[in-house]
Ligand binder design. Structure first.
Ligand SMILES: [Zn+2]
Ligand SMILES: [Zn+2]
Length: 239
């Protein structure tokens, strides 16, 4: 069934059809039918700060207890499993913007629900996770900006896209320990206009959160520049 779904989404780009199962059911919204939406790998109980999957809700994982990250929370609807592990790479590495729009809709819906549930106001501004200019030139676009732009419109939040810059092209983080990752990322970001973020509650938007080290360093940079708080919004979390 999964193989059929992969085949479907690779070949199906007709409006009004579900991108995953080709259904033209009346429930299709933003390219997804209700049964496929329900079947998505929703992230259940998780660490209340970094969203690492945990057996019980409302707790802090060991890592967040020992070394609390700079961001205050991670809002994330999905585990990075099928079909997210197909949709995200298709969007990110093959510039299939139709999947980007779907992911932005899913994340915006989830964020609205989460903030209502927490009875918190939405952040003052959204910031897409920046790519280093070399990486962006290779890829041709920044996937986080493509997610943030429609979300800013849907949620009515302003977007600050040029305020945070990635000034160091870091090597791959794979295979590094938590401490090495932190070291590898030190000084990777710069806030070019601190006056634009001073006193603000910000949401930093990214596609997938893996260890959270990049999100931590970017949040640290914004807080140091004077931001009041930083929440991370991402589509999927790796366990
Ligand atoms: Zn479907
Ligand atoms: Zn945690």
């Amino acid at each position: 069934m999964h193989i059929t779904k992969v085949y479907n989404w690779l070949n199906n780009k007709q409006p009004g059809r579900c991108l995953l199962c080709l259904s033209t059911d009346a429930s299709v919204q933003h390219g997804l039918c209700e049964p496929c939406r329900r079947d998505l790998p929703w992230l259940g109980s998780r660490c209340r700060q970094c969203a690492l999957p945990l057996p019980f809700a409302g707790q802090l994982c060991g890592q967040c207890q020992q070394h609390p990250p700079a961001y205050s929370q991670v809002i994330c609807p999905f585990l990075y499993r099928f079909p997210l592990d197909s949709l995200v790479p298709a969007f990110k590495y093959h510039k299939q913007l139709i999947y980007g729009r779907l992911l932005a809709h899913l994340l915006a819906d989830y964020v609205s629900f989460a903030y209502q549930e927490q009875q918190h106001a939405l952040p003052d501004a959204l910031i897409p996770m920046p790519l280093h200019r070399k990486r962006q030139a290779q890829r041709g676009f920044n996937q986080a900006l493509e997610l943030a732009r429609p979300m800013a419109r849907t949620l009515g939040c302003p977007m600050l896209s040029a305020t945070l810059k990635r000034v160091q092209a870091t090597h791959t983080q794979q295979g590094l320990t938590a401490q090495q990752r932190k070291h590898n990322l030190r000084g990777a970001f710069e806030c070019s206009a601190p006056e634009k973020v001073t006193g603000l509650h910000l949401a930093l938007i990214d596609d997938v959160l893996t260890t959270g080290a990049t999100a931590d360093e970017a949040s640290y940079t914004l807080l140091k520049a004077g931001a009041q708080s930083v929440s991370i919004w991402c589509v999927a979390r790796t366990p």
